[in-house]
Structures are given as C-alpha cells and as structure tokens.
Ligand binder design. Structure first.
Ligand code: HEC
Ligand code: HEC
Ligand code: HEC
Length: 142
C-alpha cells in the first residue's frame, strides 16, 4: 500500500475509534438505576433452545415501558420462570403470547423477523457469562 494511502486509512480508523469511545463514555455516564429500570443483567433462556436474551435496559430506560406492561401478566419477576413452561415457543409468540404481545410487527419488530436480535446462540451466551461455555473454552485454546 502507498504510504500516503496508509496514513489516510490510519487517520480514518483513529477518528472512528474516537467517535466510538465518545459514544461509550456518554452511555456509561447515564446512571442505570435497577429500582427504576429493572435488573441490569440481561436475562438469558436456554430452553427450549440456547440462547435467547432479554434486556430490561432496552425496554425500560430505552423504550420507556412501565414494569406493568410485562409484569406480572406476561412474565413473572423471576428469571428463568418462563422457560419452565411448555408453551414458551415461537408459535406462542406468533400468536401474541410472551414477547409476541409487542413483537408483532406493530408495537415492535415482528417475532418472525430479525431472529438474531433475540437469539444470541451458544456463543452469545458464553460471551455474556464470561466465556465459561465449554465450546468456547475449547476454541480459546486453539
Ligand atoms: C418488556 C417486558 C418487561 C418490562 C417492561 C419489565 N420487565 Fe422485568 N422481566 C421481564 C422478563 C422477560 C423477565 C424474566 C422472566 C422469566 O424468565 O420468566 C423479567 C424479570 C424481572 C425480575 C427478576 C430478575 C431475576 O433475576 O430473577 C425483576 C426483579 C424484574 N423483572 C423487575 C422489573 C422492574 C422493576 C421493571 C420496571 C422498571 C420491569 N421488570 C420491567 C420483562 C420485563
Ligand atoms: C411491552 C412490549 C414488549 C414486550 C413484551 C417485549 N418487547 Fe422487546 N421491544 C419492545 C419495543 C417497543 C422495542 C423497540 C422497538 C423495536 O425495536 O421494534 C423492543 C426491542 C427489542 C429488541 C431490540 C433491542 C435493540 O437493541 O435493538 C430485542 C432484542 C427485544 N426487544 C427482545 C425482546 C424479547 C426477547 C422479549 C420477550 C422476552 C421482548 N422483547 C418483549 C417492546 C416489547
Ligand atoms: C422477539 C424475540 C424473538 C425473535 C425475534 C425470535 N425468537 Fe425464537 N425464541 C424466542 C424465545 C423467547 C424463545 C423461547 C426461549 C428459548 O428457547 O430459549 C424462542 C424459541 C425459539 C425456538 C425453539 C422453540 C420453538 O418454537 O420451536 C426456535 C426453533 C426459534 N425460537 C426460532 C426462531 C427463528 C427461526 C426466528 C426468526 C425467524 C426467531 N426464533 C425469532 C424469541 C424470539
């Protein structure tokens, strides 16, 4: 690569890096209060499939939803409770149950779209829990 081009590429990379840092700092500066917005740690289900994520922050602080738009009719305040129920499936979501009561293509993006927004997979879960997943450990070694 020509030297001048290299300098431009590096410059652009540094600038965009600066932007990202600034954005991160701004986010970190906004205090997250669990009493106001619900638990900060994302909720992760691994049944019937690994793994689906729910983030209070996005829904409460981000979208301004009240606790009672989900609790306790759609969901109980107990992480993992929903996955003990047999009907915690896409069919129920498509029929307007659980997440599907909003994720219907009107109130929020439809449950039959953007699968990977909710489905973070085994690797996504490992990332959230600090790489404790076995498959991930195996990869870390090679
Ligand atoms: C958009 C839906 C939604 C909203 C709004 C919401 N929650 Fe939740 N909440 C959930 C889901 C989903 C779970 C997990 C339930 C499960 O796994 O069965 C949960 C779980 C919880 C839990 C249990 C966490 C744990 O570790 O056991 C608490 C406490 C909670 N919510 C508090 C709140 C509070 C307080 C608010 C309002 C500030 C709120 N939630 C708003 C969907 C929501
Ligand atoms: C009370 C309504 C409501 C319920 C119930 C609800 N959501 Fe949402 N959700 C929203 C809204 C509103 C948005 C933002 C609009 C959009 O992205 O379409 C959103 C956005 C999201 C996003 C995108 C986050 C991002 O960073 O862009 C994900 C992922 C998500 N919800 C997952 C879930 C899951 C999983 C459930 C069920 C456990 C759920 N939601 C239940 C209203 C809801
Ligand atoms: C709004 C969030 C959301 C979106 C979008 C979403 N899912 Fe799901 N999905 C869930 C939840 C919640 C469960 C139940 C919890 C679990 O299995 O971990 C689930 C479970 C599943 C299951 C196992 C249960 C069943 O119904 O057979 C499959 C397969 C699945 N999803 C496929 C998909 C596909 C394919 C897409 C995209 C076309 C998709 N999902 C989009 C939230 C979502």
């Amino acid at each position: 690569m020509k030297k001048s081009l290299m300098v431009i590429v590096l410059g652009v990379l540094m600038l965009s890096g600066g932007w990202l840092l600034a954005a991160d700092e701004k986010k970190a500066a906004e205090p997250y209060d669990e009493d106001t917005y619900g638990p900060e740690a994302p909720i992760v289900w691994d049944k019937p499939v690994k793994s689906v994520v729910f983030d209070h922050k996005v829904h409460t602080q981000g979208q301004g939803l009240e606790c009672d738009s989900c609790h306790d009719e759609l969901f109980s305040q107990e992480a993992g409770a929903a996955q003990e129920k047999k009907d915690f499936t896409m069919k129920t979501l498509y029929d307007g149950g659980y997440c599907g009561s909003c994720h219907d293509g009107e109130t929020a993006f439809a449950s039959n779209k953007r699968c990977t927004s909710c489905h973070i997979g085994v690797r996504g879960q490992a990332r959230l829990t600090g790489g404790k997943d076995k498959a991930e450990e195996g990869h870390a070694k090679d």
